[in-house]
Design a protein around this ligand. Sequence first.
Ligand code: DC
Length: 229
Amino acid sequence: MSNSPVITIDGPSGSGKGTIAFRLSKTLGWPILDSGAIYRVLGFAAHRSNLTPDQTEEITELARNLPLEFKTDDASNEVIAYLNDEPVGDLIRTDEAGQRASQVASIPEVREALLQKQRDFNRAPGLIADGRDMGTIVFPEAEAKVFLTASAETRASRRYNQLKQKGIDANLAAILESIKARDERDRTRTVAPLVPAGGAFVVDSSSLSADEVFSQVLDYVTEKLQESS
Ligand code: DC
């Protein structure tokens, strides 16, 4: 593994990891590994190949040879996922794609197949790794480990408001149910379940603003990076 520093940010969907990772990335000038996007692209590719979640051998084979690339759009500075040179950024962001990602992510051989791919993102000057098992499995030696959480109700209402703002029709009860189903699968799977890494800085953002969460995380990260330098 490279010796470049790593900051891991783990937590359930809707806990605000993406926002915090993005702000840390801007502050430190380090890239982000969005590991959830890798599972989302795999779930999408499996669905496109007409594979069902129980076809674990075929899905593992797909994971081993996944023609996935991340490219930064120069104009928007956004990182976009490409599958076989096709931009799939929006296609992997739907709720359905999230459920499919969670299903393929519960296959142990798939996680094994994607391990090195994720570690290869660790280069100078440093990496911000966003996911579920970044601090526990993928980067256990990370300099700083953050675990963000929030109640399922808070996360559902954030998602509901996001969709409303985009003019998309949404149903709060259905969103809450979907979040709970995904949480349950991610937390109870046998391999790399969603749990805070030992010694992680845990922040419950249920009653905090994004600014308050970021300020706490930045203080913690700054201290940890100073300690390790
Ligand atoms: O962070 P996200 O919502 O984009 O992740 C989608 C799914 O992928 C999530 O429900 C579980 C899985 N995932 C995982 O198992 N391990 C990761 N490190 C990241 C995501």
